[in-house]
Design a protein. Structure first.
Lengths: 761, 117
């Protein structure tokens, strides 16, 4: 049978993963140096006894640390395989403490391995490997004595009490057990001397691989004790591989908590130092994003990047490879591929099944692969949500509808998780001071995910680590982006609400609701990258001081992403941009894919928010209305009472939100900017047309006032001040500042109000 | 000639502000001055004049609107000075009230009152 890529068998055959080569060579060098010191260490018997008595020397244990699946066992196998090929040391079979029976221990398994090698062997190959075909009776006697001592030392207090009739016998037997325990290191040391310094041939070591001692909770105390005993014996080199955090957990279970806070952690660290000296610790780091993208299992050449590209081709135009192969975090989203080689091997093998070069792929195979991909990519999210093991993040089932689509149904339960855009505080103002509408844009600082905070009484959310946000978007990349699943329930997305905090729009000096520029919703990694880049483009334009009409044109072009981006001849004016968008909208109406749905939603609901009279000239506005009313005729005929179906309803919701706070003339003067949408409200047949029209005089007064007053600066001579102000903020100064500012603002509102009254007369 | 600087504020009793606060307040003062002057002219315009004025902006001809304004309202600078005086009186009153709450009842000086500076 061909070994699985990356399996232990392949590694033992000499194929070492590239990322482990450095560690393997370093460990082999260390083992070489230990071997060189063996003759000297074993020369002085008195010194050996003293060492064993004092337990003073650092053990020779080689420690391999790393997360689960990071390649610890692979590295251990690679070292053992190389040592076996060199045929110098005696490499024992790896011990797996989690498979030990109740009576087994590391030392008993070690002695059993030696017994199997030196006593129970019956094949010529092994004899040859030992280099000695003579039965060494002294060695057998030593082994038997060691095994007996070890067995006696393991006698439990309960067993002793059960087997003795008197307290005197109990005490004597207890002392005998204790003596056995004390004798054992000396016996094993003598055994090691006999094996490691053979009568003929060079010195050799006994290599004792111990895999995952951390997976045997309840036995950790005895495992560590045995490792310390073995590691302290010259000639014996245990190689222990474990996950630091899991070992700490297992150790804690075996050690009742100390009353003193932090004491237990202190004791653990000291014990680790004794057992696993720093100079012989080798820690495997998680794979960096670049390594993951270019990962290929041992013996394979095609990296994951290419495998993902093959999947995109098999699925017909998905963007998985684009989403999963970024090596640098973008918008604080790290690469979502698994960090450990074991999972990467599984991912690679899974993707290998759906390589179209291997022949035609059945849809069921693709679906199965995508299901596995969902499970694999969403793991960090499940972990960070604190779900119980086995709890589903989502469910996949057979679609049970009359729809003739062959898509599989997927029920997504996000457990209240949502993603958010986080925007920078710096505001980049376009066209500063040159227009009645001031447009300010904030850069996209990052994307974060949050879950409901169970301790919060006001619905606050708790932010999840960045990897969880990436996992969420990667999961949605597969479920939504592949277009092969029918998703039930709402996923989470970056939508129009997120962009509100990314802009600050002031019209005729009035603060607005900042709902003018939005991009198509984004729910997958590739969509986030797409809209993020588009938004950053607008921010940069604003920073360069672009004119409002240039920004509006760019905002339309930036929203064409879902339909493939700008046409060959990029629109130069807003009117041209609207025509290009409308052409694409006509195409999107005929299609059923996710990208088209995103674009349709933007065109129908969000695009009209540009059409404010302070942003566009009347002629352009009329062109927009005419184009839109014709293109979106069907959308506008939808049920007006349904927010999700009717563009008119959504726009009316926005009007309603503003109009509902207006109660008197002062409010009218403050919020009259909404009247700049009068033409839009009229064109769409808004139910708020009448209310908006009552703000008309205020709006006209406000804009005319501003325009008529715009020449004030020309009559003044700007001069530098003499700088006679306070060096720092004082309560008195701040109070005065606030009072004066309030006065000036009130005077502006009253000027508009009075002017509006006069005009309306 | 009106010199537009933060000295306008320090002369009105605003020395307890920091330079940053003074800059911000001066900006607010400019906006308010524009609103007062603008409101004054809009109030004076006949409806026909307003229509002409608005048409300039509807067609994107802002420079044309401003030329029209200069032609039809040659006393623009005078209006600015009068509105600025009005604002200065009010701001001085606020500063005086803040430094001495006892004078709260003293009315804002009427237009025409001579102001320093």
């Amino acid at each position: 049978m061909t070994p699985l890529p990356g399996s232990g068998a392949a590694v033992l055959q000499g194929e070492s993963p590239e990322h482990l080569t450095e560690h393997r060579e370093a460990i082999l060098e260390l083992i070489d140096s230990i071997r060189e010191s063996v003759p000297e260490q074993m020369a002085n018997q008195e010194l050996i006894k003293l060492r064993q008595y004092l337990f003073a020397d650092a053990p020779s244990t080689v420690t391999i640390l790393g997360e689960r699946g990071s390649g610890k066992t692979t590295l251990m196998f690679a070292v053992c395989g190389e040592l076996m090929r060199r045929n110098v040391d005696l490499v024992l079979p790896p011990l797996h403490p989690e498979l030990f029976s109740a009576n087994e221990s590391v030392i008993s398994a070690f002695l059993a391995s030696l017994w199997a090698i030196f006593v129970d062997y019956d094949d010529a190959d092994r004899k040859e490997a030992l280099g000695d075909d003579q039965v060494d009776t002294d060695l057998i006697r030593l082994l038997a004595d060691s095994a007996r001592s070890h067995a006696a030392s393991q006698t439990s207090r309960e067993a002793l009490a059960h087997a003795t009739d008197s307290t005197i016998d109990f005490a004597e037997d207890a002392v005998a057990i204790s003596r056995s325990s004390a004798r054992l290191p000396g016996q094993v040391g003598e055994l090691a001397r006999r094996i490691c310094l053979p009568a003929e041939g060079p010195p050799r070591l006994m290599i004792v691989p111990v895999d995952d001692p951390d997976l045997a909770p309840g036995k950790v105390r005895s495992i560590l004790r045995d490792l310390r005993v073995l590691g302290s014996i010259p000639g014996v080199v245990p190689i222990a591989s474990f996950c630091r955090a899991d070992l700490a957990d297992a150790w804690t279970l075996d050690h009742p908590a100390s009353s003193e806070s932090g004491r237990q952690a202190f004791l653990y660290e000291r014990e680790m130092e004794k057992l696993f000296p720093y100079r012989s610790r080798f820690e495997i780091q998680p794979f960096a994003a670049g390594d993951r993208v270019s990962f290929a299992p041992v013996g394979e050449n095609e990296p994951l990047r290419e495998k993902l590209g093959n999947l995109d081709r098999a699925l017909g135009g998905t963007r998985l490879s684009e989403a999963f192969t970024r090596t640098d975090p973008l918008y604080r989203l790290p690469n979502p591929l698994p960090q450990n080689p074991r999972t990467l091997v599984q991912l690679w093998s899974m993707l290998d099944q759906i390589d179209s070069r291997h022949g035609e792929i059945r849809p069921a195979v693709i679906d199965q692969a995508l299901r596995s991909l969902c499970a694999l990519l969403s793991e960090p999210l499940r972990v960070n949500l604190g779900l119980d093991p086995g709890d589903d993040y989502y469910e996949l089932g057979i679609r049970d509808t009359e729809d003739d689509s062959d898509r599989t149904e997927i029920a997504v339960n996000l457990h209240g998780t949502e993603i958010y855009g986080r925007f920078l505080t710096q505001l980049n103002n376009a066209n500063p001071g040159q227009s009645i509408a001031q447009l300010g844009f904030r850069g996209l600082g990052g994307i974060t995910a949050a879950k409901p905070d169970p301790d919060s009484t006001d619905g606050r959310r708790r932010e999840l680590p960045a990897i969880a946000a990436s996992a969420l978007l990667a999961f949605q990349e597969v479920t939504l982006g592949s277009n092969r699943f029918h998703v039930i329930g709402s996923g989470t997305r970056l939508d129009r609400n997120d962009w509100l905090s990314a802009q600050e729009v002031t019209i005729a000096g009035m603060a607005t609701d900042d709902y003018f520029f939005t991009l198509p919703e984004a729910a997958t990694l590739s969509e986030i990258f797409e809209v993020g880049a588009a938004w950053q483009g607008l921010v940069e334009m604003a920073e360069r001081g672009a004119r409002n009409d240039e920004l509006l044109c760019a905002a339309v072009v930036a929203s064409l992403g879902p339909m493939g981006g700008a046409p060959e001849h990029a629109p130069q004016t807003y009117t041209q941009a609207i025509e290009a968008a409308t052409d694409l909208y006509e195409q999107a109406k005929e299609r059923d894919d996710r990208s088209s749905a995103r674009f349709r939603s933007w065109y129908e609901f969000d695009l009209p928010m540009h059409w404010h009279s302070a942003l566009l000239e009347a002629e352009v506005l009329h062109h927009c209305f005419a184009t839109y009313l014709e293109a979106a005729e069907d959308a506008l005929k939808r049920d007006v009472d349904s927010l999700h179906k009717s563009p008119r309803a959504l726009i009316d919701v926005r009007f309603e939100r503003i109009l509902s706070v207006i109660t008197d003339d002062e409010d009218r003067a403050r919020h009259c900017w909404i009247a700049g949408y009068f033409e839009l409200a009229d064109a769409l047949g808004s139910s708020h047309l009448q209310e908006i029209s009552t703000l008309g005089p205020f709006w006209r007064s406000r804009t005319n006032t501003l325009r008529a007053g715009s020449q004030v600066a020309e009559t003044l001579t700007l001069a530098p001040g003499a700088d006679r102000f306070a060096p720092y903020v004082t309560d008195e100064g701040l109070d005065l500042f606030m009072q004066a500012r309030d006065l000036l603002r009130r005077r502006r509102v009253s000027a508009t109000r009075e002017s509006a009254r006069k005009q309306s007369r | 000639v009106i010199h537009w600087s933060t000295d306008l504020l320090s002369e009105l009793g605003y020395e307890s502000l920091t330079q940053q606060q003074a800059d911000e307040l001066l900006d607010e003062m400019m906006k308010t001055l524009e609103a007062l002057v603008g409101a004054r002219f809009v109030a004076e315009m006949e409806s026909e004049q307003l229509k002409v004025f608005e048409e300039f902006f509807d067609t994107g001809d802002e420079p044309g609107a401003l030329s029209w304004l200069k032609r039809n309202y040659p006393d623009y600078a005078t209006a600015v000075k009068e509105s600025l005086d009005e604002l200065r009186r009010e701001l001085r009153h606020v500063a005086q009230m803040a430094s001495n709450p006892a004078i709260e009842s003293v009315p804002i000086p009427p237009p025409g009152t001579e102001l320093p500076g």
